[in-house]
Design a protein around this ligand. Structure first.
Ligand SMILES: C[S@@+](CC[C@H](N)C(=O)[O-])C[C@H]1O[C@@H](n2cnc3c(N)ncnc32)[C@H](O)[C@@H]1O
Length: 251
């Protein structure tokens, strides 16, 4: 067994799987520690880096080890079209909790109250990264670092602070809870210190989250429609925050 494969097998159970070139690119860009990365075609992977991510090419070049297809197939559950996979060290909970508790903030924290769908959680982490949100907190049993969530987040867990907490442990800041019965978001400016909370796909906001909310806020929706999808609700709310003052930077 060659060295990268030995390292992979030693670390796989305790690491975050970065499945595909884009997940690896994002994770490296946002400072993830990546002890091992493999590909079945190193030249093709570095050509992708030249084309799509020249900023991280020099980091990826010494990291990417070529392995036979049969070996790659034993390391990942299903092959990715880019035939790239890597393992990253999960950031410590302490560091994430410190980041989430830090005040003043320049961008809101997103809270998903007992989300059920792993794909939604991944999409929300990708949104939070794109808008420069301070973090994504989940309540309930879903693990926001589940491999399916990480896949949906395209490696962008490393661009924000992602943790599971109880409702009574939420980060500081006024809680704006999104609910179709709330005040129309178009009349509001969401502060940078806002904690933006969204309910579960099945049952909406929990009683505990409602009790903790300072404001109930609604997204415009015609009467015959009962609700929007969770991730699209987060997208609209973060866009509203950015369009009314807070803004993702272009740097
Ligand atoms: C799929 S919806 C939940 C639907 C659920 N059946 C219910 O009873 O509320 C998931 C979450 O998205 C947010 N959401 C969806 N549509 C919304 C709207 N029109 N206004 C505000 N928030 C909305 C809320 O936070 C909601 O809890």
């Amino acid at each position: 067994m060659n060295e990268p494969v030995r390292v992979w097998r030693r670390l796989a159970d305790t690491s975050v799987l970065l499945d595909g070139f884009h997940a690896l690119k994002h994770a490296v860009r946002f400072g993830a520690e990546v002890p091992v990365a493999v590909t079945t075609d190193r030249r093709a992977a570095l050509a992708l880096a030249d084309e799509l991510a020249p900023d991280v090419r020099d980091t990826l070049a010494p990291l990417l080890a070529e392995v036979p297809e049969a070996t790659y197939a034993t390391l990942v559950a299903r092959p990715h079209p880019t035939a790239v996979a890597a393992l990253a060290v999960r950031p410590s909970r302490e560091a994430n909790l410190r980041a989430l508790a830090h005040i003043p903030r320049t961008a809101p924290v997103v809270v998903l109250d007992n989300p059920r769908n792993l794909g939604n959680a991944g999409a929300v982490i990708r949104l939070a990264a794109g808008f420069g949100a301070a973090g994504v907190v989940t309540t309930g049993t879903l693990d926001p670092w589940h491999p399916t969530v990480v896949r949906g987040g395209a490696g962008l867990h490393f661009a924000t602070a992602v943790e599971r907490l109880d409702v009574d442990e939420l980060p500081p800041g006024p809680v704006f809870a999104l609910d179709p019965e709330g005040d129309d978001i178009r009349g509001l400016k969401l502060p940078d210190e806002a904690v933006l909370a969204f309910g579960s796909e099945r049952s909406g906001l929990s009683a505990a989250l409602r009790a903790r909310a300072d404001h109930l806020v609604s997204l415009p929706m015609r009467p015959q429609v009962s609700s929007y999808n969770l991730a699209t609700s987060v997208a609209m709310t973060l866009f509203h925050w950015s369009a009314t003052g807070g803004a993702p930077t272009s740097s």
